[in-house]
Design a binder for this molecule. Structure first.
Ligand SMILES: C[S@@+](CC[C@H](N)C(=O)[O-])C[C@H]1O[C@@H](n2cnc3c(N)ncnc32)[C@H](O)[C@@H]1O
Length: 193
């Protein structure tokens, strides 16, 4: 399995997400190690897949349910599309109220177009974001013969990124104001109509 499915979000990006949400209720695509930094209250990992769970949170917690998702990219982890489709389903059901999604800026992909159609805002970072690799998961799942095997911090992917904000309904539009305030320093923020 290619190691880029295990890339951690940079702490500078995590700080910005906290400026928008204050807290992260759920990270549906993560590992225990990655969640030491993201600090979501609920998580799914490769071992208890978010894709096979009908409702990510069976019991609604008090307050808005916020989600941060940096999905796997490789075909071995089903590619990005099923994770985007699953998140949209959770927003539609009201299980998730607001989500920030960090993906490759793969504008012609069907899943990218789905995000464009269903998001409030998107930020295109003016500099390529860096990621850190998840050593535990790389050791467990990645073929040691694969070039680039091992822990590396501050890795820059070959692709540019995009950061989307999605909300389940207009009662969560205050997150859009926070997103503009927080992410404008990272790159252009566009409103999607
Ligand atoms: C790009 S990493 C992001 C990690 C973390 N959310 C972050 O942003 O730092 C994607 C994560 O999804 C996990 N993963 C892979 N397949 C999954 C699945 N079906 N359900 C939940 N997590 C999965 C991988 O193990 C990996 O930790």
């Amino acid at each position: 399995m290619p190691s880029h499915s295990f890339w951690y979000t940079d702490t500078n990006v995590i700080k910005k997400i906290y400026e928008v949400f204050n807290y992260i209720t759920i990270d549906p695509t993560t590992s225990p190690e990655a969640n030491k930094r993201v600090r979501a209250e609920f998580v799914y990992t490769i071992d208890d897949s978010c894709l096979t769970t009908p409702k990510w949170l069976p019991d609604a917690p008090d307050g808005a349910v916020t989600c941060y998702m940096n999905p796997p990219y490789s075909k071995d982890c089903d590619g990005t599309k099923p994770y985007v489709v699953k998140l949209l389903e959770q927003l539609d059901k009201g299980v998730v109220n607001a989500a920030i999604v960090l993906v490759n800026s793969s504008t012609s992909s069907s899943w990218f177009q789905l995000l464009m159609k269903n998001s409030e805002l998107v930020c295109f970072p003016s500099k390529r974001l860096c990621f850190d690799e998840d050593l535990d998961y790389v050791k467990k799942y990645v073929d040691p013969e694969e070039p680039g095997h091992g822990l590396k911090t501050g890795k820059a992917p070959r692709y540019d990124n995009a950061v989307f904000l999605l909300i389940s309904d207009s009662s969560y539009s205050h997150y859009a104001e926070n997103f503009i305030d927080s992410f404008s320093s990272m790159g252009s923020v566009l409103k999607l109509v």
